[in-house]
Design a protein around this ligand. Sequence first.
Ligand SMILES: Cc1cc2nc3c(=O)[nH]c(=O)nc-3n(C[C@H](O)[C@H](O)[C@H](O)COP(=O)(O)OP(=O)(O)OC[C@H]3O[C@@H](n4cnc5c(N)ncnc54)[C@H](O)[C@@H]3O)c2cc1C
Length: 480
Amino acid sequence: MAAVIDQAGRVAEPAREIPVALTTDVLVVGGGIAGVMAALAAGRSGAPTLLVERFGSLGGTGTAAMMNLFYVPYAASRGLVRELFDRLIARGGAIPGEFVVYDPELYKITALEMLAEAGVNVLLHTLVSDVILDGAVLRGIVVENKSGRQAILGRVTIDASGDADVAARAGAPFVKGREEDGKMRPMTLIFRMGGVDVPRLVDYVKSHPDDFSPDPLQCMLDLDHHMIRVFGFFKLVEDAKVRGELWPDCYYFRVESVLPERGVLTVNATRVYGVDGTRGEDLSRAEIETRHQMIQLAAFARRDIPGFEHSFILDSASTIGVRETRRIRGGYVMTEDDILAGRHYDDAVGVDANQQNPRQQGGHPPDGKEGGPQDVEARHLIARMFVYEIPYRCLVPRDIEGLLVAGRCLSVDHHADVYTRNQGTAMASGVAAGVAGALAARAGAPPRQVDVRAVQAALRALGVDLDLLSRLGPSPERLE
Ligand SMILES: Cc1cc2nc3c(=O)[nH]c(=O)nc-3n(C[C@H](O)[C@H](O)[C@H](O)COP(=O)(O)OP(=O)(O)OC[C@H]3O[C@@H](n4cnc5c(N)ncnc54)[C@H](O)[C@@H]3O)c2cc1C
């Protein structure tokens, strides 16, 4: 039945019954890096599992937004995460190292294969538009796809939508962006340039060290290990701005690559500030602005950067990359101080390790000026490795039962999000949510009441290393 409009221009949707299309034990919303791991872990734990994704392929920000870089050292990976890495590596789709860069197309098919082997049902091209509540208990979701509007029921739902769409619709508490002012990190449209003479580019960067970040993680020029990451070109960018060829708050150019011998580099340098990824109009504005920025950056590179003379825009991400939106409020809100202090939790269900500049230096702050001359300190920082535990309470929203979250929308504050928004934590929290969801569904208990020691035991049985922080401390020199 169609919506109706009255004389005053008000639109009403009549109440209607909708078909229950599917029923499952564990229902995962969002097939990004976190959701894939959640569904895989739930399936491996023996739970009938359904993964619902609005796009036509898996990987979310990692593939559709072209951010194909797991910010977790290969040496720190264990269990399902190591299995995924090794399968990608075996088919030539990833390079192990201080972080693991991967081929997004090979990720998409590898994820599908692993999910199929684990018996997970995958429903693509399906947007979750509402939730089904029984009091304060989440019973399922309402979806929209080419088949129309349908209900899907699950004993436990895992919100891995990145934006906490399910939790927000269910009425669970959340914050958006920075606690004090609600501002969010900038959005970026990533694009790829082909036809790059990478050895010539590397020679140029090596012969102009002052124009680039000294951080070995930001400036990787290791052609032998197929690793290219360059953050800088500060002077070239300033000169181009003086000539009016780049927009005013562009401060650097940044490229990274998997398999640079292909002559293809990923450009991560467009930025739009003051936009909210939970608003359709803001997402549209960011897509449009960054497309104009992309054209300027590609022309700049061709004109001014040795190695790019014959380059061309190969393609752009099929969606804008959103760094930050909602984070739920769970039984605990993890802070940066917790991470720096190496805090242990009795209910730790995951451990992540990644390199960061602490105290908000870097991390794409929402105020703009990232990497600019007024941010000189950030230009010269050298990142350190941080190892931190993720407590189960950060996955369990307050006030709503039957729901867990995984990935970018965990219960952490804006400063801890610098670390936890990365793909390492997305995967670790996904595995934890999948295992906990499967145990809760089997026990017929809400995830809040699940025995955390049983979850930890099941995670260890899947190969998760919950002792990494105890062994190495919070900021080890290296991970071996
Ligand atoms: C430009 C940029 C650069 C980054 N750089 C790095 C980096 O170098 N290293 C690193 O580790 N991390 C990086 N990150 C962060 C990291 O990539 C993401 O935070 C992480 O991939 C998020 O994973 P996720 O699974 O939680 O969420 P997402 O990747 O956002 O996945 C959510 C999934 O849910 C789907 N979805 C959302 N809403 C709905 C709905 N209502 N119905 C159905 N499906 C829905 C989406 O389509 C998507 O597939 C970067 C992020 C960006 C944007």
